[in-house]
Design a protein around this ligand. Structure first.
Ligand code: ATP
Ligand code: MG
Ligand code: MG
Ligand code: MG
Length: 565
């Protein structure tokens, strides 16, 4: 490609709206342009990078037996009603109506569509397992689209879904994807870490996030410095989840609203209700993007402001954001202000048991709810024990002191179990002719986010430094003086020769000063630059420079093609 003809509009100025470096550089280097908040056009160089990332992903999915398909972006509300997510997904779901008034949404993810597909077509255990994936635009009306491609409202995702006969099969599929993800991000040239993560609204227990390590990352990751231990977790998950099956079998009492006039502290309410304060752990019930979360601030009797703030930080919430729980779940439990009460018992140091007939704040002044029952009155699997683990705390696996770092979530793998197959009736007949729900997993990679994450991790003050495997082109050939016919001819020759040899090369044939071309080459981030100046014409020695190390070497005209390969 000749740069004089390439659609590559570079900018001298740093665009004012861009807060993070990947956003700034991708705009400046002529890779992307904004169409609307969180919606971008990918210009030729960006599209080449995206296609390379996609190709790496394809190869690794296929290596594990994945089969590529393409599902619709427009999804009917009926399927989302069947799964129960139409009502709980919240404002992130782009909803639309057709001319007949029927409801649809733009797919933020495809569990419903694929489960509905598979339930029609798969009948027997002999047809399982299946690993099906697609690479496609996703739509999420993010509350704060920002940081360019890192948090868009339209973005490209690879999503794979596994269907197995049983948990053991799911374990195999999950491990395959774990390995595939490790290979994908390694091949993309990224420094990353798989971390334990919270499963949030998608449901299911076991999940890992793949985090690209970068200061601009929105996630805080704690990790064990001992490589052989390998413990690492998103801080949201660096906690022990409340055991679902440890709810005590006591007789449930009917939910009751009691007046607690003017009472706000645990001490006041527990004294008033005659409860044992030592068995009380303060909570906040909150809606997050992921659903309702009850954050338990445990272990002591006073929830001070600092502690509460810590929990809110972990949940990334502001006090003012809290809507009523009623609204979200249809549950009858609310909260009084941000702090409610929950009757819980410490089973072990890292395990919390929810009791039946607990106390919670009510979503109105001067009142509390008593006899609150998990499951009946709120969603128990959304309850997480938020014990904030930070750098300096002992590693829960080996006791070494934890460190922390920031990360960008570029991928996530989930064990879904039978959540969707049960809801949508995706069953198969086992060896004995018995009907069973398929056991599912889902696995996402943000393609466009991965591109931005690569820039966050690989840049310097002059511009992008693309990892070779995903670089838009590998080499730029720059004649120093565009008025010098000999230089132009030699550059042209080298360009032709490299291209004929299958090298992805561009020729900077513009009528610009060499300084401008060098600056643009550094900004765009081609891994290698070949400079054709007077010396090249006279001695046949070409200057080859590596973008990453800025190291230069002289290579003879004859050897250049061999050198590049
Ligand atoms: P986040 O926590 O950043 O909101 P998520 O956990 O909601 O992401 P998933 O549902 O796990 O995202 O989707 C799979 C992958 O899709 C993510 O790991 C991420 O790489 C990508 N992704 C999710 N949301 C966005 C977005 N708004 N813009 C770009 N990529 C995204
Ligand atoms: Mg999200
Ligand atoms: Mg996430
Ligand atoms: Mg995720």
């Amino acid at each position: 490609m000749r740069i004089s003809q390439l659609f590559l509009p570079t900018l001298r100025e740093v665009p004012a709206e861009a807060e993070v470096i990947s956003h700034q550089l991708l705009l400046r280097a002529g890779f992307i342009r904004k169409a609307a908040a969180g919606v971008y056009t990918f210009l030729p160089l960006a599209w080449r990078v995206i296609r390379k990332i996609e190709q790496i992903i394809r190869e690794e999915m296929d290596r594990q037996g994945g089969q590529e398909i393409m599902m619709p972006i427009i999804q009917p509300a009926e399927l989302w009603q069947e799964s129960g997510r139409w009502d709980v997904y919240g404002p992130e779901l782009f909803r639309l109506k057709d001319r007949h008034g029927r409801d649809f949404c733009l797919g933020p993810t495809h569990e419903e569509i694929i489960t509905a597909l598979v339930r029609q077509e798969i009948r027997s255990y002999r047809q399982l397992p299946q690993l099906l994936y697609q690479i496609q635009n996703k739509y999420r009306d993010e509350r704060r689209p920002r940081f360019g491609l890192l948090r868009g409202r339209e973005f490209i995702m690879k999503d794979l879904y596994s269907f197995d006969r049983d948990e053991a099969g799911l374990e195999v599929s999950y491990q395959k994807m774990y390995e595939a993800y490790t290979r994908v991000f390694t091949r993309c040239g990224l420094k990353f870490r798989p971390v334990e993560a919270d499963s949030g609204a998608i449901g299911g227990n076991d999940t890992h996030e793949f985090m690209v390590l970068a200061d601009s990352g929105e996630a805080l990751v704690v990790f064990c410095p001992d490589e052989s231990c390998g413990y690492a977790a998103n801080v949201e998950r660096a906690t022990s989840p409340v055991q679902r099956d440890t709810v005590e079998e006591e007789t449930s009492q009917p939910l009751k609203l009691v007046d607690t006039p003017g009472m706000h502290t645990v001490e006041q309410v527990t004294a008033y209700l005659g409860l044992n304060a030592r068995r009380i752990i303060k909570t906040i019930l909150y809606q997050t993007e992921k659903g309702v979360v009850a954050a338990l601030v445990r272990g002591d009797r006073d929830v001070n402001e600092v502690k509460l703030q810590k929990v809110l930080d972990v949940l990334r919430l502001e006090l003012a954001d809290a809507p009523t729980v009623e609204k979200i779940t249809g549950a009858r439990v609310g909260y009084a202000g941000p702090v409610g009460l929950q009757n819980v018992r410490l089973v072990a140091d890292d395990e919390v048991m929810l009791l039946v007939n607990a106390v919670a704040g009510a979503n109105r002044d001067d009142a509390h709810l008593v006899n609150v029952n998990p499951g009946r009155d709120f969603v128990p699997h959304m309850v997480a024990d938020i014990r904030v683990v930070r750098a300096g705390d002992p590693c829960p696996k080996c006791g070494a002191l934890l460190r922390e770092t920031r990360g960008i979530e570029v991928g996530q793998i989930f064990k879904l179990g039978d959540k969707y197959s049960r809801a949508l009736g995706a069953t198969y007949l086992d060896e004995r002719g018995q009907s069973r729900p398929m056991i599912m997993g889902c696995y996402g990679i943000g393609v466009t986010r991965t591109m931005a994450a690569a820039v966050e991790q690989n840049h310097d003050e002059d511009g992008i430094i693309w990892p070779v495997s995903i670089a838009p082109f590998h080499v730029v050939v720059i004649p120093v003086n565009h008025k010098d016919e000999q230089q132009m001819n030699l550059a042209e020759e080298i360009y032709q020769e490299l291209q004929a040899g299958g090298v992805e090369v561009v020729l900077d044939d513009r009528a610009e000063r060499a300084g401008v071309k060098f600056k643009d080459a550094d900004l765009v981030g081609y891994p290698m630059r070949i400079t054709v100046g007077n010396q090249a014409v006279q001695t046949g020695e070409l200057e080859l420079r590596y973008r990453a190390t800025r190291e230069m070497q002289l290579v003879s005209r004859e050897q250049i093609a061999g050198h590049i390969r």
